[in-house]
Design a protein around this ligand. Sequence first.
Ligand SMILES: NC(=O)C1=CN([C@@H]2O[C@H](COP(=O)(O)OP(=O)(O)OC[C@H]3O[C@@H](n4cnc5c(N)ncnc54)[C@H](OP(=O)(O)O)[C@@H]3O)[C@@H](O)[C@H]2O)C=CC1
Ligand SMILES: O=C(O)[C@@H]1CCC=N1
Length: 256
Amino acid sequence: MKIGIIGVGHMGTAIIEGLRVNPDNEIIAENPVNPRVDKLAQELGFSLYNDINEFQKQKPEIIILTTPAEITLRVANQLRQLDSSTIVISAAAGIKIAEFRQFLSHLDIVRIIPNIPVSVNAGTIGLSCEDDLDEESKTKVINFLKQLGDVIPVKENDLSIVGTIGGCGPAFVDIFLDALGDAAVLNGLNRDTANQLAASMVEGSAKLAYRTKLAPALLRDKVCSPGGTTIQGVQALEKNGFRYAIMDAVNKANKN
Ligand SMILES: NC(=O)C1=CN([C@@H]2O[C@H](COP(=O)(O)OP(=O)(O)OC[C@H]3O[C@@H](n4cnc5c(N)ncnc54)[C@H](OP(=O)(O)O)[C@@H]3O)[C@@H](O)[C@H]2O)C=CC1
Ligand SMILES: O=C(O)[C@@H]1CCC=N1
């Protein structure tokens, strides 16, 4: 399938990295002239266009918009050459499907909020589409995106909070990983081992929660031996407002 990515920044690159492992994907991309992106095109093996009209002429089946949110409508307004065989997927946070409809009345439009782990095909992708999107297009988009990770369809009103947890969440987890690594180094471990240890532990804990669907509080109870060491650490987290800090971070990010 021919896939077009508009905007090869952090998210565009992560999506290309995730898609390139499937040889059936032919990836083309568009970005203003930028030596960083020229180099990426060489390294990752995608065709790069610096002109939106030349890009459109290639008729990708699916286009993903990963341009800065504030200019995404302006970019979408330039996609008038496309016919209805192209499905447009926008990853721009906060831009509603109705806003795209002003320019792109003839195309199927889907909104997603992906996250950076799509680069290793372990993404979390919140997805919304219009109620009248036909089942064939919806199935096509969902099956396509499943290459990149978990796809979670939600109503557009819920996409903001889904995107805050799924899309912003990796940054919060990265801060947790960094702090765990620092704590391990403080206790004498070398940095590489510390980072591997933290990532492995978080991956395993998440896998267990995901697979068993057990409430995190029940999983935590399995770790806290009576009178043991973990509950002492839990008490320190409570004293320092760990859970409040996380809920506050999500709320702050979700207000924007
Ligand atoms: N980063 C993330 O984790 C997530 C991001 N998103 C969404 O993805 C989008 C991009 O975010 P992010 O990747 O972080 O941002 P970046 O700034 O890293 O990437 C934006 C890219 O768009 C390019 N660009 C700028 N203007 C144009 C234009 N007119 N036409 C084509 N490309 C253009 C930039 O090029 P240049 O550098 O040459 O200026 C850059 O490569 C945003 O809408 C954001 O809401 C959604 C979920 C998660
Ligand atoms: O920080 C942002 O605005 C984007 C949206 C979700 C993750 N990154």
